[in-house]
Design a protein around this ligand. Structure first.
Ligand code: ADP
Length: 527
């Protein structure tokens, strides 16, 4: 009686240890080793095995843990594992055990085996062997083994659930990591816990440094005037009822770029609306933002530029048409000349606008012919010499054998006119304006140089952008829409050429562009 109680106590103690091991560690093999070790001991066996079917539902058993059986004898048990459980009481079983004993030198006389099941689905088998012939396994032994089998099944089930969750997490992590959008996850104090590769690229922050910091520190949104957005206008803090709040703004990346980002949040809230965390999708919308800004610049520049000639025309026309005044012939002529000039200017502006929209639609069509460039340069220079005062001198520098170019005559006239007009506009103290060129590597290189105010190095790229005008004193004093160089560059590039500027502030600027040369023809002389 005492012995039996002791036995039960031991069994309880072992099962308790196993269930502790199951909760403390997720390594299923060591839990299974513990289970089979205790089971063998409790059943006074001399060895035992636990074999499982593969995760993917295959019907072949494989040994996963053993007690009293070294690993190198496991393969010898394959014929036993191949038997159906119902067969274990039959003659075939005895034969199989005998064969394994002979093969391995182990003494296996009796066997008890039970299926491991998770929710009625078989997942494996537990086997315990005895060496002695005289004591047969009893119904009581089966009950004891059943308790251990149940524990083993729980351990396997937990481990599989854990593996499943782990796999799912790895899949989600990979999806977040590979997402083209920036993705970051925030905890309940707005600190970053996940920061994907796209976020690193967007912000210039390495993930190791970004993680753990408040998102406001890493993103640091500000508006175009430089005012910080996060402290006062955080939508996660201020708009608790909005399901997907959005914040937009400029950021200065760690490597010094200015980007306009849009961050869309999916907050998680607790039962009483407490903030638990959020996942944010972050996108770079700098190009869209710049385009929007350009559109509004467009409207203001254009309305100003078009209004000026119109009001001059209207003013002169109104004055000349007054019935209470008589004008001398000279005044009339001057007035009409101004009207004509302003009407021309208006027409040029409209032409520029049409060209800009053509360039944007990708439809700048060229009429390419072969012609000599110096006479055109001369004509443009003459035109300006006639309009400007003695402060300006014009010089042409082309070699006599300058070869013909292969280009659109009217468009290149526009290019030269633009460049010379700028040279005049941005030389408030006059000076010499030189137009020249040479041929090199099968292309023409043409330049227009002035001795004007010059262009600071950081502006030299930007002046070719749409509507871009350098912010200096002359910007207010000179008329312009910032379209001239944009169109000039588009025309040169449509010819397959390139344009750039060399300039020194206070010394002057030199615009240089390339054009294709006319293909050389064989000259045929009649004899
Ligand atoms: P716009 O002259 O109508 O402003 P452009 O596109 O022709 O527009 O030129 C863009 C800007 O580049 C000008 O506003 C001016 O600030 C600068 N720029 C162009 N040409 C010169 C030049 N020759 N010297 C100095 N600055 C120039």
């Amino acid at each position: 009686m005492f012995e039996l109680t002791d036995h039960r106590l031991r069994q309880r103690e072992y099962l308790l240890q196993i269930s502790r091991a199951i909760t403390a560690q997720l390594d299923v093999t060591s839990v299974l080793s513990l289970v089979i070790g205790y089971a063998v001991e409790m059943l006074a066996g001399n060895s035992g095995l636990i074999a499982l079917y593969d995760d993917d539902g295959g019907d072949e058993l494989r040994v996963r843990a053993s007690a009293g059986l070294p690993r190198d004898v496991w393969p010898a048990f394959a014929p036993l594992l191949a038997l159906q459980l119902e067969e274990t009481a039959h003659e075939r079983l005895r034969e199989t055990l005998r064969d394994i004993s002979t093969d391995t030198g182990l003494n296996l006389r009796q066997l008890i085996a039970l299926p491991l099941t998770i929710r009625d689905t078989p997942i494996g088998v537990i086997y315990v062997f005895r060496a002695a012939l005289n004591v047969a396994f009893s119904a009581d032994d089966r009950q004891v083994l059943q308790a251990f089998a149940d524990q083993a099944a729980i351990a396997v089930s937990n481990a599989r659930l854990y593996q499943g969750v782990l796999r799912e997490k790895q899949r989600l992590d990979a999806m977040i990591e590979q997402s083209a959008d920036g993705v970051m996850i925030l905890d309940n104090r707005w600190r970053i816990t996940t920061f994907n590769k796209a976020m690193e690229q967007l912000t210039g922050w390495p993930r190791e440094e970004a993680i753990g910091r408040p998102c406001a520190e890493v993103l640091g949104f500000h508006n175009s005037q430089g005012r910080e957005i996060c402290p006062a206008d955080c939508p996660l803090q201020n708009l608790p009822h909005v399901p997907n709040p959005v914040v937009e703004g400029w950021i200065t990346t760690r490597d010094g770029r200015e980007l306009y980002l849009q961050s869309r949040y999916a907050p998680q809230r607790g039962a009483r609306g407490t903030f638990l965390g959020a996942i944010a999708n972050v996108r770079d919308i700098t190009d869209q933002k710049r385009e929007e800004e350009l559109q509004s610049t467009f409207v203001s520049v254009i309305s100003h530029e078009l209004k000026t000639p119109v009001s001059i025309i209207k003013g002169y026309a109104g004055t000349l048409a007054r019935e209470d005044a008589t004008w001398s012939q000279e005044t009339l002529r001057d007035g009409l000349r101004v009207i004509e000039e302003e009407a021309d200017r208006l027409a040029r502006q409209i032409q520029d606008l049409l060209d800009v929209s053509r360039v944007q639609a990708g439809g700048l069509r060229l009429e390419l012919t072969d012609w000599p460039l110096p006479p055109l340069a001369q004509e443009v220079a003459h035109g300006f010499a006639a309009q400007t005062d003695a402060q300006f001198a014009f010089e042409l520098r082309f070699p006599d054998d300058f070869p013909p170019v292969h280009a659109d005559y009217e468009r290149i006239r526009m290019v030269l006119t633009n460049l010379v007009s700028n040279a005049v506009k941005y030389s408030p103290d006059g000076g010499t304006i030189r137009i020249g060129g040479w041929a090199e590597d099968g292309r023409a290189i043409i330049h227009v140089a002035d001795q004007g105010i010059g262009i600071p190095p950081e502006e030299q790229q930007r002046i070719f952008e749409r509507f871009y005008r350098v912010d200096n004193r002359l910007r207010r004093e000179t008329q312009g829409s910032g379209l001239g160089l944009f169109l000039t560059r588009s025309i040169i590039e449509a010819h397959g050429g390139r344009i750039w500027v060399e300039s020194q502030v206070g010394r002057g600027s030199r615009f240089i562009f390339t054009l294709p040369l006319a293909p050389r023809r064989l000259e045929v002389h009649d004899s």
